[in-house]
Design a protein around this ligand. Structure first.
Ligand SMILES: Cc1cc2nc3c(=O)[nH]c(=O)nc-3n(C[C@H](O)[C@H](O)[C@H](O)COP(=O)(O)O)c2cc1C
Length: 193
């Protein structure tokens, strides 16, 4: 399948089938991550794959946060609030999460580049998962900055979380959100052509 087709077909999945995923498939997704480009070829990413009680603890933290945040968010309508709260209980029932981490370099530029490399790794993961019929969603704030999540996954003080990726078999197939400026008339400047 064409890479562009996979890129366009991938969606954030917030409801999963109650089917475990094979460890080999997770390894395959991680292999794709490990082949991402990185600053100075540093390959700064490390991964913690969680299920069972570790996953439940991460879900509980997220739900606690969501219960405080979602009801009072003025930009979310009532129907979406209840749907989002339901999803927040367990990330839509994903059987497994992948926590992506990078070194907390003292140099802020290097730290940012390591985070950027992890973003490339995460996108590789999402696309590889899509190509295998698996769904994912990229979770960032507030969990990636949570000391409690770091503690659940036994992350050392010198590493940070780039993102948390629930993964599993999709139980929904959301419509693709439309593109802003789909013909890219405004987003792209061609200089010297
Ligand atoms: C850096 C980043 C952080 C995101 N954080 C969250 C998140 O915390 N919770 C969530 O449900 N989705 C999160 N998403 C998914 C976006 O909401 C989603 O990509 C966007 O709505 C477009 O939908 P699509 O992925 O189906 O194309 C995040 C995506 C990115 C790239």
């Amino acid at each position: 399948m064409e890479i562009l087709e996979i890129i366009k077909r991938r969606r954030s999945i917030r409801k999963y089938k109650a089917i475990p995923i094979d460890k080999k498939m997770v390894r395959n997704v991680l292999e794709a991550a490990n082949w991402a480009p990185s600053n100075g070829n540093s390959q700064p990413w490390e991964f913690v794959v969680v299920q069972g009680e570790y996953k439940e603890e991460i879900c509980s933290l997220f739900y606690e946060y969501a219960k405080g945040y979602i009801p009072s968010a003025t930009y979310i309508n009532a129907e979406d609030k209840s749907r989002m709260l339901h999803y927040a209980k367990d990330f839509g029932g994903a059987p497994c999460h992948i926590v992506v981490t990078y070194p907390k370099d003292a140099d802020p530029c290097k730290r940012e580049e390591a985070m950027q490399a992890c973003c490339a790794a995460i996108q590789n993961m999402l696309l590889q998962a899509e190509s295998m019929g698996l769904g994912t969603v990229w979770i960032s704030a507030p969990l990636k900055d949570s000391e409690k999540v770091k503690s659940i996954v036994s992350l050392s003080d010198d590493r940070m979380i780039a993102g948390i990726i629930p993964i599993g078999y999709p139980d929904i197939h959301p419509m693709a959100p439309s593109r802003k400026d789909p013909d890219m008339q405004e987003k792209v400047s061609w200089l010297g052509f």
